[in-house]
Design a protein around this ligand. Structure first.
Ligand code: GLV
Length: 308
């Protein structure tokens, strides 16, 4: 049983020592020391090479070390190779922290007050109660649900939108294409936590922004590919969107002359919303390998036809 990791050096060694301690029957190899490629059955990575199944002819499972699997070219991978996304509780915790930081910053007008500080200007705005802020989450998978649950104690007016119908306590749920516009119509703060698929690519576009209440705020924690970058600039210019907080971009890092770097109403962070930690994710990865060995379904195995 051989598992190959292609991850950053620091985490690679953590993964390896966890397997050596708790599952010595599984041989762990670290990229680029792949040894005999025919012995690799399991592959774990965030940034995979393109021709995985050609390089590793006996590959059975690809484990993404990320919540998203959009970096894998699913159409190029033969059907018998299973692809599993990472349901690390550490990722959910990271997303919850980021969502709380971003929602509370926007709710409490922190971008405006930081601008005022730079101008030596001391002026208050009325404090809007959380129950009057309508916060909507696009994407109601494990991360969207965790985000909504973390916002509940503050008393925000919460809603969510997903491809299929969902029921979440304390959250107005909207589903499918037909309910997208009604959902957007009532989002003062919109958070994107969707998976990136052919259906969701470019979903944060001019039409979406036009359906939001004037002066809405945007938080993108999904993928850069969800956002049509020039449409956001236009929506910020007219005030349709008042402020955006973006953790993901199409090109990471963006080019030095990218207009977002210096935009006064965009906050950028370098894709740090959440990161898989071997400590919190090891148990689940090992359990999935054991399930695979027993011929049982793995947690986070993706459905090829929907892409998540
Ligand atoms: C990070 O973006 C992830 O998908 O885990």
């Amino acid at each position: 049983m051989t598992l190959l990791f292609k991850v950053d050096d620091a985490r690679a060694h953590d993964w390896k020592s966890l397997f050596q301690t708790h599952a010595p029957d599984i041989e762990v190899r670290l990229w680029p020391d792949i040894g005999d490629p025919a012995q690799i059955q399991f592959f774990a990575s965030w940034q995979p090479p393109a021709d995985l199944h050609v390089q590793f002819p006996n590959l059975q499972v690809v484990f993404a070390t990320s919540a998203g699997v959009d970096q894998f070219d699913l159409s190029a991978l033969p059907e018998h190779i299973e692809v599993v996304r990472m349901l690390d509780p550490g990722i959910a915790q990271g997303i919850v922290e980021y969502v709380c930081f971003a929602v509370l910053s926007l709710h409490r007008e922190i971008p405006l007050y930081l601008d005022q500080q730079r101008q030596h200007h001391w002026q208050t705005r009325p404090l809007i109660p959380a129950r009057q802020r309508r916060v909507g989450v696009m994407g109601l998978g494990n991360l969207g649900i965790a985000a909504l649950q973390s916002l509940r104690p503050f008393g925000f007016d919460l809603s969510g939108w997903a491809r299929s119908e969902k029921h979440i306590e304390g959250v107005r749920c909207f589903a499918g294409d037909q309910q997208l516009i009604p959902f957007l119509n009532q989002c003062d703060l919109l958070i994107c936590l969707l998976p990136l698929t052919a259906d969701t690519r470019g979903i944060l576009n001019a039409k979406t922004f036009a359906a939001l209440p004037h002066g809405a705020r945007l938080i993108n924690l999904g993928r850069g590919g969800h956002l049509v970058e020039s449409d956001l600039l236009d929506a910020l210019a007219t005030g349709q969107i008042e402020q955006a907080i973006l953790d993901v971009l199409n090109d990471e890092p963006p080019s030095q002359n990218h207009p977002y770097w210096d935009h006064p109403r965009i906050w950028l962070t370098p894709h740090i919303g959440a990161m898989t930690s071997p400590d919190s994710a090891f148990k689940l990865l090992l359990e999935n390998i054991r399930r695979h060995q027993r011929g049982e379904p793995m947690q986070g195995a993706i459905a090829r036809d929907v892409g998540y």
